[in-house]
Write a protein that binds this ligand. Structure first.
Ligand code: A3P
Length: 296
């Protein structure tokens, strides 16, 4: 097993206007100069919004029929490289992306919209953004930071929640992130904005909408096969999608596939925290048409 004690938690620092850790800035020049191709598909998210779920759906849509061995032998984080990541014992995200043998290349990023490498916009690449309501997103991020030694130590829940509200998380404020891509969508038509809550409510419908954005036609049988494969329980059992093969994560603290629910925040927020959060949220999210559901 991986020796977590040998890996000290990284420090949070200000970088290009957001909070970051060095694991996502170490390769900055190569990230910013990344050469996108017109058929690349970028999956952009704030961490813990459903990145892996949508990545796996895309992988099955494009390669599920033609490359079945891909599903059983290559972990999802190598099939859909994390562009800005420089994780111990893995090749850099840029190297992985540049060495993808398949077309289209599926590429993941957590960068806020203003830091996405220019080339993606210049090439008019399709961009799929997945957003998740702030409360569940915060809870999921808290448990992730507890188990992931490439993240700063989150402290206790109340400490983490304050950090979240202050935007002091890796990849910066959730509020600016979700709003940034929402605004981008007004001028960049190749952006498909999805919600985690919609996916939980009706995965098949969301896959169908995704397909129509991508210009793919799928039969209802094919979609049924995909929705079965990407069900939370199936992905949790699947070693190629549950992150159990990656170093740096300590599954004895919390699994990567933790709950996959809408509304788990109710088990974490105290009444006082919830009131404070709502007030702050209203301030942060005023003057936007972007609306989230915190329960379904
Ligand atoms: P929880 O911690 O709330 O369980 P990301 O892939 O962006 O890191 O997001 C991870 C979150 O998405 C985790 O949330 C994880 O359980 C959830 N998730 C991943 N696959 C899922 C699926 N197939 N169905 C529902 N939730 C899923």
């Amino acid at each position: 097993g991986f020796d977590f004690s040998s890996m000290t938690r990284p420090e949070l620092f200000e970088f290009e206007g957001i909070s970051m850790v060095h694991y996502f800035t170490d390769d900055w020049e190569n990230v910013q100069n990344f050469q996108a191709r017109p058929d690349d598909i970028l999956v952009a998210t704030y961490p813990k919004a459903g990145t892996t779920w949508v990545s796996y759906i895309l992988d099955l849509l494009y390669f599920g029929n033609t490359a079945p061995e891909r599903q059983t032998s290559i972990p999802i984080y190598l099939r859909v490289p994390f562009l800005e990541a420089v994780i111990p014992s893995l090749r850099t995200g840029v190297e992985l992306a540049n060495n993808l043998p398949t077309t289209p290349r599926l590429i993941k990023t957590h960068l806020p919209v203003q830091l996405v490498p220019k080339s993606f916009w210049e090439q008019n690449c399709r961009v799929i953004y997945v957003a998740r309501n702030a409360k569940d997103n915060a809870v999921s991020y808290f448990h992730f930071d507890r188990m992931n030694h490439a993240e700063p130590d989150p402290g206790d829940w109340s400490n983490f929640l304050q950090m979240f509200m202050d935007g002091k998380n890796v990849f910066g404020p959730w509020y600016d992130h979700v709003r940034g891509y929402w605004k981008k969508k007004q001028t960049y038509s190749n952006l498909h904005y999805m919600f985690f809550e919609d996916m939980v409510e009706n995965t098949d419908r969301e896959v169908e909408n995704l397909c129509s954005f991508l210009g793919l036609t799928t039969s209802s049988e094919e979609r049924e096969r995909i929705t079965k494969n990407v069900h939370f329980d199936a992905m949790k059992q699947n070693r190629m999608t549950n992150y159990s093969t990656i170093p740096v994560m300590n599954f004895s603290v919390s699994p990567f596939m933790r709950k996959g629910k809408v509304g788990d925040w109710k088990k974490h927020f105290t009444v006082a925290e919830n009131e404070k959060f709502d007030k702050h949220y209203e301030e942060k999210m005023k003057n936007t048409t972007l609306k989230f559901r915190t329960q379904i």
